[in-house]
Design a protein around this ligand. Sequence first.
Ligand code: NAP
Length: 289
Amino acid sequence: MLTVGMIGLGAMGEHMARNLANAGYLHALYNRTTAKADKLGQELNVTVAQTPEALAADVDIVCLCVSRDEDVLAIIHTIKKTIRQNSVVIDMSTVSNHTAKQAAAFLACCNVDFLDAPVSGGVEGAKSGKLAMMVGGDSAVLEKVRPILTSMATRIVHIGATGSGQATKAVNQIMAAGINQAVTEALAFALAQQLPMDKVIDVISGGAASSWFLQNRGLSMTENHYPAGFKVALHQKDLAICLQMGHDSGVSLPLTLQTSDDYQQLIAEGLGECDISALYCLKTNLKTK
Ligand code: NAP
């Protein structure tokens, strides 16, 4: 059986690691903040690597789920020194398609395959192992690791060449920005109409205007509660990637630009670590608890 190491145990990575462990693949963990890795490693009874290099030397497949482009590239540079030939690096972070191509090129020099495999489905999807995964890279490499990925995702789609998984994730993030605008604006309107918010969310969740976001974030946002799910600062980072890609390809993205500006305001108000449903605060002029 192929052995897997997981780097990055944040809101998403911790659940991914648990699912890899439940399926019997997880061999080693690494997290920058070591206390998290120590705790989870003890619970799952797997090796806790002290460095990314040590982890890469010890497994067949390296999975990553870290924050930003520079974090992915820093880890790729580091593990290049020790990674086993013919192993595979699977990056499930959301970064630019350009970063995916750079990472693949760095690793190709050491005979290591790379897949960009960003995910959608939120922390809930990571926990239940029901993520949607969009994959760029060699389809034969995807087939080799597909049994491992099915422990984390139920829908795994090969999109095309390296970077196409991240380009598809950019499409997802543009949609998520628009959905956030639509749901928070509509619920702010419902509040102004003095409607019973729980009933409004209940009935609309059963109709054509329903969405994952309304169903999973509607009630909590109307209670002025924004628990860490998908952080404003992370979506803001993704929208910068989308806006750059749109600019490069001559596509205007007005709703994405508006959402990016709104997130900048939330970040300036100290809400960057809140879930993106905190946009409801701006629409209603609420202060967070
Ligand atoms: P998170 O909770 O902020 O966790 C980020 C993880 O990356 C942490 O383990 C952090 O380590 C690690 N990290 C950050 N910079 C690093 C570096 N330079 N070197 C090593 N480790 C580093 O983020 P998340 O919500 O899990 O998201 C992770 C990725 O998945 C992001 O790219 C995000 O856009 C994407 N994503 C998130 C969601 C969601 O709903 N949350 C959904 C789909 C995709 P520390 O513990 O030391 O901080």
